[in-house]
Design a protein around this ligand. Structure first.
Ligand code: MG
Ligand code: MG
Length: 252
């Protein structure tokens, strides 16, 4: 990151929309395969092939040396899990995070999936609070609002349901780079921070925990886990502030 916010023209937003379309389709494709028995590495290889077949480049691959095209984060893993030989099993809560570059423009999206059927109520509640937090944040992406309005909306939704908000990792601006200004925390005061203007494109990505908000990184240098070993959930969309309000760019 570093530098100032880069507001996008409508042509740039159109390019990001195309990038986001490939990415959303990739996640739909992965969802259809995320069943007990498949490995996270299998999903990773499928994702890379799918993205390249659709003219994109997987932006995570090689990012600061990350080996995968997706991050696969199981249960108490918050984000940045490295895909490998681990098999999905019934009862896992699996977060899949992925990024695409198409014609020079990035999109970034994450979804969490319960593996092997319908989630039990306590996991359903966590998933719902995380997804609703994301959408309440998106709803605040209107010209004239402030960045803190987004952060506060996410936090309020998660905490009102009894969950905690990860502090150590945040959302971000996105465009010709995966990570641009501004940082977008999932917690904060309404009415504070930079004013939102048309052309702002950011990735909002609540990481919501059942227990403590505290996290640590495993010795693999990537995988972020909750320090108490309790469940965490992650959803993310790339969104633009337009004249007509918020527009989600990561849609199929
Ligand atoms: Mg992401
Ligand atoms: Mg992101």
């Amino acid at each position: 990151m570093g530098g100032r916010i880069k507001y996008k023209t409508s042509d740039e937003i159109e390019a990001m929309r195309r990038s986001g379309k490939v990415l959303a389709a990739t996640l739909d494709y992965l969802e259809s395969m995320a069943q007990p028995g498949i490995t996270s590495g299998d999903l990773d290889r499928k994702a890379e092939t799918f993205i390249r077949d659709h003219g994109g480049v997987p932006s995570f691959k090689g990012y600061n040396g990350f080996p995968g095209s997706i991050c696969t984060s199981f249960n108490e893993q918050v984000v940045h899990g490295i895909p490998g030989e681990r098999k999905l099993k019934a009862g896992d809560l699996l977060g899949i995070d992925c990024g695409v570059i198409l014609d020079g423009y990035h999109s970034d999206m994450a979804k969490s999936f319960y593996i092997g059927g319908e989630p039990p109520p306590h996991i359903e509640k966590l998933m719902k609070a995380t997804r609703n937090g994301l959408f309440k944040g998106i709803e605040q992406m209107r010209a004239g609002n402030k960045l803190g309005d987004i952060s506060n909306a996410v936090q309020k939704e998660a905490e009102s349901k009894g969950f905690s908000v990860v502090r150590a990792l945040v959302g971000h601006g996105i465009g010709t780079e995966m990570h641009e200004e501004p940082q977008v925390p999932n917690f904060g005061q309404a009415g504070t921070g930079p004013i939102l203007r048309e052309g702002l494109t950011i990735a909002i990505e609540p990481m919501i925990n059942v227990g403590t908000y505290k996290v640590k990184t495993l010795p693999d240098g990537w995988t972020v886990v909750t320090t108490d070993g309790k469940l965490s959930c992650h959803f993310e969309h790339t969104v633009a502030v337009t004249a007509d309000g918020p527009e989600i760019l990561t849609l199929p």
